[in-house]
Design a protein around this ligand. Sequence first.
Ligand SMILES: Cc1cc2nc3c(=O)[nH]c(=O)nc-3n(C[C@H](O)[C@H](O)[C@H](O)COP(=O)(O)O)c2cc1C
Length: 176
Amino acid sequence: MDFFAAVERRRSTRLYTDRIIEAKKLERLLEAVNLAPSARNRQSYEIFIASTDEKKRALAASLSGKDYIIKAPVILVFCANPEIIRASSTANPLSKERMDLLAIEDTTIAASYCQLAATALGLSTVWISPPDPGKVLAAINRDARLIPITIIPVGYPAEHPDAQPRRDLADLVHEF
Ligand SMILES: Cc1cc2nc3c(=O)[nH]c(=O)nc-3n(C[C@H](O)[C@H](O)[C@H](O)COP(=O)(O)O)c2cc1C
């Protein structure tokens, strides 16, 4: 599938079939994520994978009310890791806010690559913003040095929702 076809086909889906994701396909997806650009090429984020029922249930519980994610064969948790940027800025220290923001930017770009790569591979996803990041950290057994940004269930879609409306370009794009 070419890039524009993937962009146009992608939908947020919350229903998945029972079909497991082939290991090669998952690897290809993660390799695509690994090609995302990042600040100073530091890739200041971590990805956690849940593929067992126990881990998926722990994640669903951390989101309270998102039990549908358990049906996805794989759930990816994208966490910003500002420590990585911090380690690269000893000579010219950046503020905490700047480092956090760069790590969050890296993470969101990588997660966005994940959504498009999944679509190109015939898979589907939805971006879930954790309402209580602390609960997600507890579920993945990590401390507050990481910032959970998004939880992305990945699976073969059992639905293809209609495209959601978007703003007109005339409203979105501005001369200045
Ligand atoms: C930053 C962000 C946060 C989102 N949070 C949630 C969420 O918590 N739960 C959910 O079901 N969908 C969530 N979504 C998915 C959006 O609802 C969805 O992308 C939007 O309605 C457009 O639909 P589409 O993705 O099918 O084009 C989120 C998407 C983004 C980019």
